[in-house]
Design a protein around this ligand. Structure first.
Ligand SMILES: N[C@H](CCC[C@H](N)C(=O)O)C(=O)O
Length: 290
């Protein structure tokens, strides 16, 4: 019997990235991998990521957030999900800004000019091979060499790797369909070079301020959008001099604006958060038939 039964939830999305926000504030309930795997099945609670919000741990923050992928794996960052949680908490408080906390640190969120737009300070990226993490030492993570099988072989350019709260590999392509990401994605996600697996993106740079992206998400598969991948692609494009530090990253679900701020190297991600419906979790939602 799940401890989440009868807890409030909100089904939202960030550019089509399916997000389930479960409100566990004021309770001792805790989402398990099995809860996530059950709720992620198609149905009114289906999601790519579950954002479990708990009472704040740090003064000045509105909530502590745990993030679970559809496969039940727990991760430390989810850009689209953070925008959704921030939007909900700002609506609830009638506020224009809110501070959230995850295992990866504090996230300052502010309401954008347009309704439903949210800007999240995702913090600074980490580029060291051990911070990604990689299983081998690489002096320059702007372009690493990794063994590819026949399915991934067309991805000839060495990927850039970066940690933006979670691990990402960015493959630079001229054609986003150069490989079938449904087949190549899981192989690359689970490549032995990535001991914590990785989020896999195909990135096509279309100008000094524009990138088009397709993402195979660790623990979730192909999604319409991935906020952290947009951040990862933007900083990787800037550090390899493919673009400037202020870019629009267009995913299948739509565009995100990413600014890699001079000075403190923080990544500012701006995009929409959309409310779909809410309710309370029921025992039936956890049953296999869901
Ligand atoms: N699949 C990602 C987490 C969610 C990232 C994505 N949904 C986003 O918006 O950032 C991971 O395992 O690191």
């Amino acid at each position: 019997m799940s401890s989440l039964i009868d807890r409030p939830f909100a089904k939202m999305n960030g550019l089509g990235n399916e997000i389930l926000v479960v409100d566990l504030r004021g309770s001792s309930a805790r989402a398990s991998a099995a809860d996530a795997q059950a709720l992620a099945r198609r149905g009114e609670t289906h999601f790519d990521q579950l954002m479990a919000i708990h009472d704040p741990k740090t003064p000045g923050t509105a909530a502590f957030m745990r993030i679970l992928n559809a496969d039940g794996s727990e991760v430390s960052a989810c850009g689209n999900g953070t925008r959704c949680v921030a939007w909900g908490l700002m609506e609830e408080a009638g506020a224009r800004e809110v501070m959230l906390e995850t295992a990866a640190g504090l996230l300052e969120c502010t309401a954008g000019e347009a309704p439903g737009q949210v800007t999240v300070d995702m913090g600074a990226p980490k580029f060291g091979w051990a911070d990604i993490p990689l299983a081998e030492e690489f002096a320059d993570t702007r372009a690493i060499e990794l063994q590819l099988g026949p399915i991934e072989a067309p991805l000839i350019h060495s990927p850039s790797v970066v940690n933006v709260g979670n691990p990402h590999a960015i493959f630079w392509v001229d054609d986003l369909d150069v490989v079938d990401l449904r087949r190549a994605g899981p192989l690359l996600e689970n490549h032995p070079l990535f001991p914590e697996r990785a989020n896999i993106s195909l990135a096509k740079v279309t100008s000094k301020s524009a990138i088009t992206l397709k993402v195979w998400e660790r623990g979730a598969g192909l999604t319409l959008a991935c906020g952290t991948a947009a951040c990862a692609a933007a900083v990787s494009a800037a550090r390899t001099r493919r673009t400037g530090r202020d870019v629009v990253v267009t995913l299948p679900g739509g565009p995100l604006r990413i600014v890699w701020r001079e000075g403190d190297d923080h990544i500012l991600m701006t995009g929409p958060a959309e409310f779909e419906h809410d309710g309370r979790l029921t025992a039936e939602m956890f049953s296999a038939a869901a």
